[in-house]
Design a protein around this ligand. Sequence first.
Ligand code: HC0
Ligand code: SF4
Length: 558
Amino acid sequence: TEFMLIDNIPVEITGEKNILAVIRKIGIDLPTFCYYSELSVYGACRMCVVEDKWGDIHAACSTPPKAGMEIRTNTPRLRKYRKMILELFLANHCRDCTTCEKNGKCKLQELAQRFGIKQVRFNNTSGEPNLDTSSLCIVRDKSKCILCGDCVRMCDEVQKVGAIDFAYRGSKMRVSPAFDEPIANTNCVGCGQCAAVCPTGAIVVRDDTAKLWQDISDKDAKVVVQIAPAVRVGIGKEFGLAEGENVMGRIVAALKRMGVDEVFDTSTGADLTVLEEAGEFLAKLQKGEKLPLFTSCCPAWVQFAENNYPELMANISTCRSPMQMFASVLKEHYRHSNRRTVVVAVMPCTAKKFEGARDEFMENGVRNVDYVITTQELVKMIREAGIVFSEVEPESVDMPFGAVSGAGVIFGVTGGVTEAVIRRLADDKSVSALRALAFTGVRGLHGVKEASIEYAGREVRIAIVSGLKNADNLIRQIKSGEKHYDFIEVMACPGGCIAGAGQPVTNEEGRKRRSAGLYDADRMSSIKRSEENPVIMALYSGLLKGKVHKLLHVEYRR
Ligand code: HC0
Ligand code: SF4
């Protein structure tokens, strides 16, 4: 075993790529702006500086550990250095903190406080807030960018979109889309992952909470809210409950207190999707039509395919996403209501804001989903209403759509859609056969998973990817003939919706807990398969009669 000394403590080196990781292992929270273990090392912010025994200064994020190394993390020089860096950032930063979207969650604010910055010795050069509000999903403010490059690397390295990059050099340097176009005019897919890693308020999720407050207080509006699977395991920690705890009942109760009329579960929509998508897949298989079939429920993925692989659109399922299926059912159900029906979706996702606004999902100029608010926005509304979430008594969702299956709930984690679909396809419907599906390779948070099942005497090959770069690699392998699949699930956010950019920010451990929370909900659910959900059966023999294609399917045209 190899050791190094950190602040005189011997620490074992166990394969860490940099000394930052070794330092953090012993409970020292070395500050960084630009370090994320899943992104390449940029080493630009220099906050993670350390001193070696000769007094030389190194950026811990980009220095590999060596046996015998002696490192100090907190010396007078380092403290002075860090304060200087922070002051330089602050001098070029629009400091309207009290009215900033990131107030209380900003890394720069946090570190300025932690390092006791009381004044900035340099003139402010940031200028006024400078907003790009062109996107339905994210809002950029150049005056708050500290050039850490986290968003640039996320968009390029994890999502393979590359919508934003560094422009100009020296003091003019900034992050911007090519030719300084508004972000909406680029190939941005609205995944929001840039906002999820932005340490400041330079990229934030668009806030649509004002619309919901307004509709709630409008007596002529009937406000109907659907809640996505991943939201229930992503929100509790914000209110002091355990990360990953399923708090669906409290969310329902909180929304009711806020004045919402009806609350439903998007998992009910997911059950519809399972039946439609399994049906579509079987038809293709039996008719010998071209496979693979790609899932279509992730709007950032759909847009990525439209931008980069238009020739694949014929392979993307015609199923609307659960959110959109449920919304068209809800609008149909309340068609004759004497009040204006407003369908709101609470989603872990920023791209859903864009999906909801697509032309394909309008009827007579009216959107099926009137607007989407993210989990983070719901947190703000609950706080604004003064509701003490941890003390709210849980309530159930409303009738007549108040039943969901476990299959519909696990949609929120990567592999969940696939597992739900293969539950539907499985010939053997016994409990043990169902349990065995969990071990076919569909579960876990890896970015690329493969599984295969036997169906009607043939092997069905399945791939599950999350993170668009992983999707892109897979498509290249398919095109080159290196890989063959029949069914492919794609989610843009690494880990699936539980780690959506609209959720409160979390880490690897948090993603695991959220995922476990959804699988627990499935285990505790007495209805495991979508086709056993009585609400779904009632819909097919009632509201959906003769309207399945119109309400549940889509032809994307862009
Ligand atoms: Fe998802 Fe969905 S599972 S995309 O990740 O399919 O956003 O949670 O609501 O629509 O159900 C997000 C989550 C959804 C949809 C569902 C799917
Ligand atoms: Fe890139 Fe996604 Fe951010 Fe758009 S929303 S700029 S695609 S990371």
